[in-house]
Design a protein around this ligand. Structure first.
Ligand SMILES: Nc1nc2c(ncn2[C@@H]2O[C@H](COP(=O)(O)OP(=O)(O)OP(=O)(O)O)[C@@H](O)[C@H]2O)c(=O)[nH]1
Ligand SMILES: O=C([O-])CC(=O)C(=O)O
Ligand SMILES: [Mn+2]
Length: 615
């Protein structure tokens, strides 16, 4: 289907669209980037077979043993291209003020000049793939279309797992056009930035030391260069569904958030929906697929990374997961921590990046059961359990179709989504933050989100374990001025009946004792916290009022059969006024960054907290 020929005009698979705007843009990109061939993606199984075979041929993919991981592949990245690059990520708004103090900014015209220089001829010797995709449902009231153009077959294969894509999407765009509507689509340009000269052999993981991940918020446009890593290159995910969508959400009165969505059913058959924002590699996937340890409770997954939430006619906040797959952290995933993820993965049709490859054609990573006697590490070196180095990168990932998840809730397929009862904010903090705290009201909950702090993880390039403010777990993903973003959150409570909006809670699974051990066992045991949250909403569980909000009253949390001492639980739940007083100047410094753009309500919340701690 895709032919590679050496002429000035790229060979194109049969022209699949009559859409003038899309054709014009694809032509413009091809003229700039000079690919050898253009491939319009259909999303078919044949195309998957063709692309994965070509990735095997270039050494990017190793096919796994079909008896253990059917139709699945191992990939190892260049060792320098393993995570999101936050210092190379830009919000190029027309006005610098609109990108705010938490984003990198460059004048859009200047950035385009610079990047056109990088893109010029950058696809020489390669095929340019055109991926029509939709984030969310094609049948949504206003479908959120995108066209990603990329010179990476790895990205194309991964996009097929992570988003609804292909002919079906293009047909829907054309159909809406024909009906006289004006379907919007986000142009998303990606290149690994490594052209091939005639005769030059390719490498398994092409990329470029120069990287730019750029959002043009007013134009709703994305330009990415130099990286093949998920969050930098699968442009439907962080770039569109969070950065660009957060701008759309601000303008249109909804929320685009870094949140999981789960459905919780009690032994009495009462159903609740919970959304939770934790920073990257801080437990969203694990909570979304939780296997409760308390009898009679069930969790079904709806999403593990992104939630788009709109207030419905009933005044409630309705959430959809715009994605189609899981791009999950591999290390630490096992039969105990996340049995449902393991079951999902074992069905195959997956891409594993930067994990170890075993001699029998399987994958392995730190934390998984049954370490192999010998394996090849993610760096391509021989590895044994005695090796000093890790077998897998700390941010190694599996990319797996969501439909394979046996606990996927039926509501996942409903374009209206689900009405959210509770929002959890959470981070990775060794001290200070209790296991669970309930906000007094929407504004207090927004304050909790706006001051959320967490230790940095391997999901982004840079130091790991450094505490930083990560508001609503969205620090790297807010596509505009974070001060305005806080204002938008406050506004949601003002413009709507706050009583019908979700109740907000702050959780911390990561608090430690003096010896550095976790005070709370986490994973399936987090169902006990979810139960308390639901019982608070229903007015059943008791709480104690503290300066920072309501925490579980002694005896109010179900700890039946839990292997935790009273002392440990008390420590996990403790509110230490001295620790909190030490937070105040840090929060103050954080808020000062935003100057006059910080909503006054948040300053009042800080004053209230300070006064309560002093009382
Ligand atoms: N101690 C403890 N660790 C947890 C818990 N839940 C998750 N983790 C650890 O958190 C890390 C990654 O969590 P994920 O669920 O994959 O993270 P995520 O929030 O989905 O991350 P992104 O995909 O990067 O947005 C792994 O190292 C897990 O072992 C928990 O309840 N307790
Ligand atoms: O973006 C990625 O590559 C993975 C992810 O979910 C995150 O970092 O939050
Ligand atoms: Mn994420």
């Amino acid at each position: 289907m895709t032919a590679t020929i050496d002429t000035d005009t790229p060979q194109t698979t049969s022209q699949p669209t009559t859409h003038a705007g899309i054709l014009a843009w694809v032509t413009e990109v091809a003229e700039l980037t000079q690919p050898d061939a253009i491939h319009w993606c259909t999303g078919s199984d044949e195309e998957w077979a063709e692309l994965t075979a070509s990735l095997e041929a270039t050494g990017t993919f190793t096919r796994l043993n079909p008896d253990v991981m059917p139709n699945s592949f191992h990939a190892a990245s260049d060792p320098t291209d393993v995570a999101r690059v936050e210092d190379r990520t830009y919000i190029c708004s027309v006005d610098e003020r609109d990108s705010g103090p938490t984003n990198n900014w460059m004048d859009p015209a200047e950035m385009k000049d610079l990047m056109r220089g990088l893109y010029a001829g950058c696809m020489r010797g390669r095929t340019m793939y055109v991926i029509p995709f939709v984030m969310g449902h094609v049948e949504a009231e206003k479908p959120m279309f995108g066209i990603e153009v990329t010179d990476s077959a790895y990205v194309t294969v991964s996009m097929r797992v992570m988003a609804r894509m292909g002919t079906e999407v293009l047909s829907r765009i054309e159909e809406l056009e024909a009906a006289g509507e004006d379907p919007q689509w986000v142009p998303a340009l990606h290149s690994v930035g490594m052209p091939l000269e005639p005769g030059q052999a390719d490498v398994a993981w092409p990329c470029n030391d120069t990287k730019y991940i750029v959002q043009f918020p007013e134009e709703r446009m994305i330009w990415s260069f130099g990286s093949g890593y998920g969050g930098n290159a699968l442009l439907g995910k962080k770039c569109y569904a969070l950065r660009i969508a957060s701008v759309m959400a601000r303008d249109e009165g909804w929320l685009a958030e870094h949140m999981l969505i789960l459905k919780l059913t009690s032994p009495q058959g009462v159903t609740k929906y919970v959304a939770a924002a934790f920073p990257s590699a801080c437990g969203k996937t694990n909570l979304a697929m939780l296997k409760p340890t308390i009898p009679g409770w069930t969790v079904e997954a709806i999403g593990d990374d992104i939630a788009w939430m709109r207030v419905g006619e009933d005044g409630r906040l309705w959430a959809v997961n715009p994605e189609f797959g899981f791009f999950g952290v591999a290390p630490g995933t096992n039969e105990h921590t996340n049995p449902h993820a393991m079951e999902t993965i074992r069905k195959g049709n997956s891409v594993f990046t930067n994990v170890a490859l075993t001699e029998d054609g399987n994958v392995w990573w730190e934390g998984l059961e049954n370490p192999p006697a010998r394996a090849t590490s993610w760096k391509g070196e021989p590895w044994t359990p005695e090796s000093d180095e890790l077998s897998s990168h700390a941010n190694s990932r599996y990319c797996t179709p969501i439909k394979q998840c046996s606990i996927l809730a039926d509501e996942y397929d409903d374009p209206r989504g689900v009405p959210i009862d509770a929002i959890l904010f959470g981070g990775r903090r060794k001290t200070t933050i209790p296991l669970v705290t309930e906000a007094r009201d929407w504004n207090h909950g927004t304050f909790m989100g706006a001051t959320l702090s967490s230790e940095t993880t391997a999901a982004a390039v840079g130091a790991v374990g450094v505490v930083r403010r990560d508001p609503m777990a969205m620090l790297p993903f807010i596509g505009y001025n974070a001060g305005d973003y806080f204002g938008h959150w406050i506004g949601m409570g003002k413009d709507h009946d706050a009583a019908k909006l979700p109740k907000i809670f702050y959780v911390n699974w990561f608090r430690r004792d003096e010896d550095g051990g976790f005070l709370w066992p986490g994973f399936g045991e987090n169902s006990r916290v979810l139960k308390w949250v639901i019982e608070r909403i229903d007015g059943q569980a008791a709480a104690v009022e503290t300066p920072i909000g309501h925490v579980p009253a002694p005896g109010s949390m179900d700890i039946d059969g839990l292997d935790v001492t009273e002392e440990q639980l008390a420590q996990a739940l403790a509110v230490d006024p001295e620790e909190w007083k030490a937070e105040i100047p840090q929060i103050q410094e954080w808020f000062e960054k935003f100057g006059d753009d910080l909503p006054a309500v948040l300053w009042s919340e800080l004053d209230t907290l300070t006064a309560r701690l002093d009382a």
